[in-house]
Write a protein that binds this ligand. Structure first.
Ligand SMILES: [Mg+2]
Length: 291
């Protein structure tokens, strides 16, 4: 940890002012020699959370929110933060559906927010999007792994079998160390009509039931194919209407009773608008009744 602190303090000196706040301002260059000093096995802090449920790791910037220093009229809230003794206002817009997304995921996963942004900024963002504190843990830039002049997230630091871990992130680089665990989400910037979270939620719920979530991108393709097939079947049921008719026949047994025969005809009426009705199935039930 001590070594870690030294490395981070050195790299921060090299960063531009903007980049020291949010991961979305990572336009800085690091000193390659400093990066070579990094030792993943002894450096950045690991998760301390121990749980039983599957874990879903959620990125923040361009996944759940977008932030910038310049004013824009569709922002949802602002954050005032002090960096290097100067105060700054950050304008933040929240991706549509975030609160419902978190609420729903909480039924199926232990949620961990993990961002490459600094804690001072990210804490305020998480407080806003998860006011009830449903997430079990918050991880920040100091838990990321410096790699190739950027930051990545080594999921083994969560201390869990990776078959039970999924990360949702707009950057594939974030899960480059565990590519089988990552679901890349489209970038979010300003679109108030964005439906990405609503779109991937059914998949995330479905995959939570599997014994091994990996490889997640393949699972996602499989899920989309299933949905396509279901949609196709639904459309066929609309085009090919099924109709049922029931005919009743009575056969007298004696003075007091008779057999009532119910015959159910299931007719395939073909495409709507056509007259090529064919009787495809028959089911017969006999009931003995009394007069
Ligand atoms: Mg991001």
């Amino acid at each position: 940890m001590q070594n870690n602190k030294i490395i981070y303090s050195k790299t921060q000196e090299k960063r531009s002012f903007l980049s020291s706040l949010c991961s979305c301002f990572d336009c800085f260059k690091k000193n390659p020699q400093q990066m070579n000093q990094y030792h993943p096995e002894i450096d950045t802090p690991k998760s301390s959370f121990i749980g039983q449920r599957k874990i879903i790791v959620l990125d923040l910037d361009e996944t759940l929110v977008h932030s910038q220093f310049e004013y824009f009229d569709s922002f949802d809230f602002t954050i005032n933060i002090a960096v290097q003794s100067q105060n700054f206002k950050v304008y933040v817009i929240v991706r549509p559906g975030v609160k419902k997304f978190i609420e729903q995921l909480n039924h199926f996963y232990d949620i961990i927010f993990w961002t490459a942004s600094i804690k001072e900024y990210a804490m305020a963002v998480i407080d806003y999007i998860d006011p009830d504190g449903k997430a079990v843990e918050r991880l920040f830039r100091d838990s990321c792994t410096p790699l190739k002049n950027s930051f990545t997230k080594d999921l083994t630091k969560l201390g869990r079998d990776l078959k039970d871990v999924i990360i949702v992130d707009n950057s594939v680089f974030s899960f480059i160390m565990n590519p089988e665990n990552g679901l890349k989400i489209n970038d979010f910037f300003y679109d108030k009509y964005d439906k990405e979270l609503e779109s991937i939620l059914p998949f995330l719920i479905w995959i939570s039931q599997l014994s091994d979530l990996r490889p997640i991108q393949n699972r996602y393709k499989e899920f989309l194919n299933r949905k396509k097939l279901e949609k196709k079947n639904d459309e066929q049921q609309i085009i090919y209407g099924l109709s049922k008719t029931v005919s009743i026949q009575r056969k007298k047994i004696n003075q007091k009773s008779f057999i009532k025969t119910l015959t159910e005809h299931i007719a395939n009426r073909g495409k709507v608008g056509k007259d090529d009705t064919n009787e495809s199935e028959k089911e017969t039930f006999e009931i003995i009744n009394s007069y």
